[in-house]
Write a protein that binds this ligand. Structure first.
Ligand code: NAP
Length: 283
């Protein structure tokens, strides 16, 4: 049977819960902007159905999908090939259906994070001084790989559950030092950068319990959270004069290589895109 002359390219974001994801607003903006014959939607899939759903992508003629936690770790066990950086990080957030129907996994979170920082501070370097990182979940893994790949020399890692920080730090001997959660206020002394990768300060969560007094006023303060756009941590940092970066930039920048992998076009992060995504926060 003859194949379709012009293939409709379908992709989406798989997870549970997933309807809160702003990814469809990003990808569909670019799809319209570039006149791509395709669409990007929410794919609510229970964790026990991830394998069945991923194996169905090729049969459905889909070009791929993004994955949210906890599906990111599950997907790594299922796919057929993995980019070396995603293998090192231990999670994939982007799965691309290959010509032969096999599934290739990538991680674009780490490069998205670096893109968001360099957009705000083009001269930023990871070796400008110690970096304090709070949290040791899935996002922290990608952030540590990003910082180390950029030449970070001293990372002070603090997590409520110390054992998880110890496990993560073991991948970076000599660069990542773990401190107890009770020391989180003091480890900020002399830091060039502070990164919150915990969920504290996110919509529905209490603010991050952190005193900034020891943090130098010129230190860059970054929060991965983007709901709300300005967390209590970022507001407190801004009020004392620290430069700040919220999590929206990471969300936008990690989508660029994923869109290119699905649709063959490298999109731009424009003011129009930001307006389209910010409009979803008003609803
Ligand atoms: P995760 O794997 O569930 O990790 C959650 C982290 O938060 C853990 O370190 C956890 O510590 C800590 N935490 C939870 N409750 C806490 C509390 N009461 N006090 C102190 N620490 C607490 O989640 P994740 O995937 O790493 O995501 C973390 C955050 O990053 C989320 O807000 C997510 O929205 C954001 N994120 C943003 C982007 C983006 O594109 N902007 C991408 C990925 C993630 P324990 O180990 O002790 O439980």
């Amino acid at each position: 049977m003859a194949s379709e002359p012009q293939k409709f390219k379908l992709a989406g974001i798989m997870g549970m819960p997933v309807l809160q994801s702003r990814s469809p607003a990003i990808y569909n903006h670019w799809i319209r902007e570039h006149g791509v014959l395709g669409a990007y939607g929410h794919l609510p899939v229970r964790i026990e159905q991830v394998e069945t759903a991923l194996r169905g992508l090729a049969a459905l003629g889909m070009v791929g999908c993004n994955i949210t936690l906890p599906h990111k770790l599950e997907a790594l066990k299922i796919i057929d090939s993995v980019h070396p950086m995603a293998r090192q990080i231990g999670a994939v957030n982007c799965i691309v259906v290959q010509e032969d129907g096999s599934l290739h996994g990538m991680n674009t979170d780490w490069v998205g994070y670096l893109g968001s920082i360099k957009e705000v501070q083009p001269g930023w370097r990871a070796d400008q001084g110690p970096i304090a990182v709070l949290g040791s979940g899935g996002a922290a893994r990608a952030i540590l790989y990003a910082l180390v790949s950029e030449g970070a020399r001293e990372i002070r890692l603090v997590n409520r559950t110390r054992a998880k920080a110890d496990e993560l730090a073991a991948d970076f001997p000599g660069i990542v030092q773990v401190h107890d959660w009770s020391q989180r206020h003091d480890v900020l002394a002399g830091c060039a950068m502070l990164i919150n990768t915990t969920n504290q300060g996110m919509y529905g969560q209490p603010p991050l319990d952190l005193q900034l007094a020891a943090l130098p006023k010129e230190a860059l303060v970054s929060d991965l959270i983007y709901i709300p756009l300005e967390t209590p941590l970022l507001a407190a940092a801004r009020e004392r004069g620290n430069p700040t970066v919220n999590g929206l930039g990471m969300l936008l920048h990690q989508a660029v290589p994923a869109f290119e992998a699905y649709f063959g076009i490298r999109p731009q992060i424009t003011d129009a895109l930001r307006r389209a995504v910010l409009a979803t926060f008003a609803t």
